[in-house]
Design a protein. Sequence first.
Length: 265
Amino acid sequence: MIARIRVAIADDEPLARQRLRSLLSRHADLEVVAECANGLEAVTAVATHRPDLLFLDVQMPGMTGVETLCSLGDRAVPAVVFVTAHDEHAVEAFEHQALDYLLKPVSEERFARMLGRVRERLAEKSSTALTGEVLRRLAEAAAGPAPPPAAAPTRPERLLVRSGPRLRFVEVADVDWIEADGDYVRLHTGKTSHLMRSTLAAVEAQLDPARFVRIHRSTIVRTSRIREMEPYFRGEFMVVLDTGAKLKMSRSYRERLQSALGQEL
């Protein structure tokens, strides 16, 4: 059993966050290290604080709980518990590797049962990690100094989009450009486009700035897809892609594009 469990809470409802804090405060081994109001904040908090346990609301603006968990990856947090106001989300929670789910309003009895499962999971992971560490050190002693490990990728290779009632993945490598579309963003891949429930800012935060650059308040483009730029109006340009798509670049984003391309416009 680990000595202290670091906890992050992600829920857009202040009262729901307050209820979880109250329940958590009754256990000396639980420490709240981050509190978030949306999925993007949760992604940032997990990267910063590395919590052992994440409470994740299923329905949040911008990124849903499922989309947030997919962005984080299966191994980012040792234990994830979905929090929902609807029973039907329970199946969805377990399909996406959640350890458990809590139904709002959260009762003390249900919280205690969930916490028991969390402690068992973290104890198992701690034991497994310890065994792995012992084996690693034995192998290092036998083989001598090892080369430095390669840096783990920090950017998602796939983005979760909606296709009718279903959710599916789009490879980031296939994305040509992205535009804001109401409460969604639209990913353009060749002649096809896909809707993703998110904000443009949230998607931009997930993408590699060496490959994607924002050229307008509502447009992000993959730099390798840019074919040419046509002068437009008062220092603005039309960015022409390999696909033939023409995208307006506003003056306020000109320096970003110059920096990404390494060329002065």
